[in-house]
Design a protein around this ligand. Structure first.
Ligand code: SF4
Length: 226
């Protein structure tokens, strides 16, 4: 299914290319497949399918979130597009030179990523934004494959603890290889991994994550490329 926005129109393709078919049709997680079906029944013009990565496989920076939000990637078909977290992420990427253009919540925009790519640890939207450990493990081969195809990858930014743990496991490491916390950084398995608090509306509204604190993560990512 081609990604669509809330009004049913096709989203612009990433960087002028065809949006890829990453995990299209995957039905390995029964609970998430049921949730997709429920959302499709209620909102047939939404994407309601695995949200594929956005950005070029040649990128040197990979950003890994938790999972598509019901009203975000699940609705629009483009990761981190359609909700407050996406707005925060894309605006910060534009500020730090990892994206150009202007972001729009409906995905009908001209945003282009620059030397970075965005995905989620779990490709399908989970109820309550909470994928189970089994669902995370089931989807992890997609993350392993995605990292493996990025031959120039040098920096991985993890947004939140679920993303951090899944990236560490995808790299063949134990979750204790790198502690949580905003700005925690480690060089391992050939990559620099930088952990950030998730740019969720909750974290922004409570002040746990600030605009400048989030920008600092991507300034560090830039340093990791030099
Ligand atoms: S979360 Fe991943 S493994 Fe599970 S159904 Fe979706 S694409 Fe498949």
């Amino acid at each position: 299914m081609a990604p669509r926005n809330s009004s049913g129109g096709r989203l612009p393709a990433a960087n002028g290319d065809e949006i890829n078919s990453f995990a299209v049709g995957c039905c390995l997680c029964p609970r998430l497949v049921d949730y997709r079906a429920d959302n499709r029944a209620a909102n047939p013009d939404w994407h309601n399918a695995p949200a594929p990565p956005f950005g070029d496989a040649d990128a040197r920076v990979l950003i890994v979130g938790l999972a598509p939000g019901r009203l975000g990637g699940n609705r629009t078909g483009r990761v981190f597009t359609g909700d407050a977290a996406g707005r925060m992420l894309f605006e910060t990427l534009i500020r730090t030179g990892f994206a150009s253009g202007t972001y729009s919540d409906d995905g009908h925009d001209d945003v282009q990523l620059i030397d970075c790519r965005i995905t989620n640890a779990v490709l399908c939207a989970p109820p309550g934004n909470a994928p189970t450990p089994l669902e995370q493990a089931t989807c992890r081969p997609n993350l392993v494959a995605l990292i493996g195809e990025m031959k120039r990858l040098r920096v991985i930014v993890t947004l939140g603890d679920v993303a951090r743990r899944n990236v560490l496991r995808a790299l063949g490491l134990g979750v204790a290889a790198m502690s949580g916390g905003h700005g925690v950084t480690a060089d391992m398995a050939g990559y620099r991994v930088i952990n950030s608090y998730h740019c969720s509306r909750l974290n922004m509204n409570t002040g746990r994550l600030t605009v400048d604190g989030f920008k600092d993560i991507f300034d560090r990512a830039r340093e990791g490329l030099s």
